[in-house]
Design a protein around this ligand. Structure first.
Ligand SMILES: NC(=O)c1ccc[n+]([C@@H]2O[C@H](COP(=O)([O-])OP(=O)(O)OC[C@H]3O[C@@H](n4cnc5c(N)ncnc54)[C@H](OP(=O)(O)O)[C@@H]3O)[C@@H](O)[C@H]2O)c1
Length: 443
């Protein structure tokens, strides 16, 4: 097989061609760049356009990283503008090749310097199994499932958890508010191949969110880089695509730090979990009406099971298609509205459907009231934020948001796994499982 990447073969159209025209588009914005052949196999001559083109594409690469999945890149050999369309990650060979030649000129770039330059992440690659993985949030809903999935894949898993009695084997007690504890009690100077984080603030209130979803992650990332870890998989949330709440801004701020870290990264943004959609199971079983905002059709989501999501997170370690990308992900099947969830619950429990509509304006009134009251009693500010979180989930769908139309798009929301929310409801109804609500009771 030719050592020249396929993209290069298609990009340089003949022995005389020394550059490729690359079109980068996002929405209605389109830019064209002229790139020299980085392999030198195609009689690449230095061109005046090479340096600015490289600079531009580097910035596009960073921009692409932030908006991964939203780009289309079209490339053709000189004179041919549309010979095949491909996505930016397939363009990574160009950065890898030029990075190699730059390194050979100036020596290796220390990880920290590469990151501070806003360096592009390494080319995704399939890694040999098993890996040594550092897992955060292993005591949470998705963290527990992820640990099980990693073990099932044969990886060695070390879990960093906050101090607690009765610690399990493979768990290390770490104070996440202390960078020194993360280094000395967590990483302990040992080798790890990857970090997976399912850690998140339990409440979502601003103080907790900035401490855990942002700062603790920044400190873990820094410790991981110093320990030579090359890969970081982050469990985020699909709602950060429309950030209105403190915890969403905190998550987004860390996403940006991770993208610019120079590590191989995956940012998984799931839709809704089963536990967040089963809060009314007991109400309905007790014969009470199902509560819904408006008509119950203001929002929709593609629920994903803990196990399916955990498998997806574990796959990020070794699937190059899931690396250096932001990955919105839902479960199998079509998008489901709250009304549809209620109908299914009544059917499963053999009860006549009874719905009670709650006006969104009620939440607005509560938020306004708590906002005013919190000026007199600051402790109420957190309650006001919880009410805002509640309102967000009452009115925003957990689906991919089309930035051009401002609408949620079920068809554009990728699916993974096999387990459906209604399978889960059935298991609840037959007593085969118990509902876990956790502290995210606002969902
Ligand atoms: N619920 C949904 O429908 C939904 C949908 C999409 C995305 N998400 C996102 O998915 C993520 C994980 O959700 P989840 O339901 O699995 O979370 P979870 O059950 O609340 O678990 C959170 C984990 O983070 C750990 N943690 C919190 N504060 C900590 C601290 N100070 N020090 C050390 N560890 C700490 C918890 O440890 P402890 O056990 O010690 O508290 C726990 O292991 C969150 O980012 C959430 O926003 C949720």
């Amino acid at each position: 097989m030719s050592p020249v990447p396929k993209a290069a073969r298609t990009g340089w159209s003949g022995p005389g061609a020394s550059s490729a025209i690359v079109q980068v588009s996002r929405g209605h914005r389109i830019a064209w760049f002229l790139l020299p052949c980085p392999t030198g196999r195609h009689r690449c001559r230095p061109r005046r356009s090479a340096a600015p083109a490289f600079w531009k594409v580097r910035s596009v690469c960073r921009f692409r990283a932030e908006q991964a999945g939203e780009f289309g890149v079209h490339q053709g050999g000189s004179g041919s503008r549309s010979r095949g369309a491909w996505y930016p990650e397939r363009f990574a060979w160009w950065f890898a090749l030029t990075a190699r030649s730059r390194r050979s000129r100036s020596g290796p770039i220390p990880p920290r310097r590469a990151a501070s330059r806003g360096g592009c992440s390494p080319t995704p690659q399939r890694r040999p199994s098993p890996l040594r993985v550092c897992l955060l949030g292993a005591t949470g809903t998705i963290g527990r499932a992820t640990r099980a999935s990693l073990v099932q894949h044969g990886h060695e898993v070390v879990c960093l958890v906050r101090p607690r009695p009765g610690i399990e084997e493979g768990f290390r007690q770490v104070d996440m508010s202390s960078p020194a504890s993360i280094v000395h009690d967590g990483f302990r100077g040992e080798r790890f191949d990857a970090v997976i984080s399912c850690m998140a603030s339990r409440t979502g209130v601003p103080r907790d969110a900035w401490a855990i979803d942002h700062q603790a992650h920044v400190d873990v990332l820094s410790a991981a880089r110093d320990a030579g870890v090359g890969q970081f998989v982050l469990l985020s949330a699909i709602c950060v695509q429309k950030p209105l709440l403190a915890f969403q801004h905190a998550k987004l701020a860390f996403e940006r730090t991770l993208i610019e870290s120079g590590m191989t990264w995956s940012i998984v943004r799931p839709t809704a979990y089963f536990k967040s959609l089963s809060g009314q199971f007991e109400r309905v079983r007790q014969g009470k009406p199902y509560l819904m905002f408006g008509t119950g059709e203001l929002t929709a989501c593609k629920p994903v099971s803990d196990r399916d999501l955990a498998g997806y997170l574990a796959d990020c370690l070794q699937d190059p298609a899931k690396q250096n990308r932001v990955l919105p992900i839902g479960g199998p099947g079509e998008a489901i509205t709250p009304r549809r969830q209620g109908e299914e619950l009544f059917a499963l429990l053999g009860r006549k459907p009874r719905f009670r509509r709650v006006p969104v304006a009620l939440l607005d009134a509560i938020i306004a009231g708590l906002g005013v009251a919190s000026r007199l009693r600051p402790t109420l500010a957190e309650k006001a934020e919880l009410a805002r979180i509640g309102r967000y989930y009452a009115t925003e769908s957990m689906l991919v948001l089309d930035p051009r139309t401002g609408r949620y798009d079920a068809d554009a929301t990728p699916s993974t796994g096999t387990e459906t929310l209604f399978d889960y409801y059935r298991a609840l109804a037959y007593g085969e499982t118990v509902a876990e609500r956790g502290d995210h009771a606002v969902f």
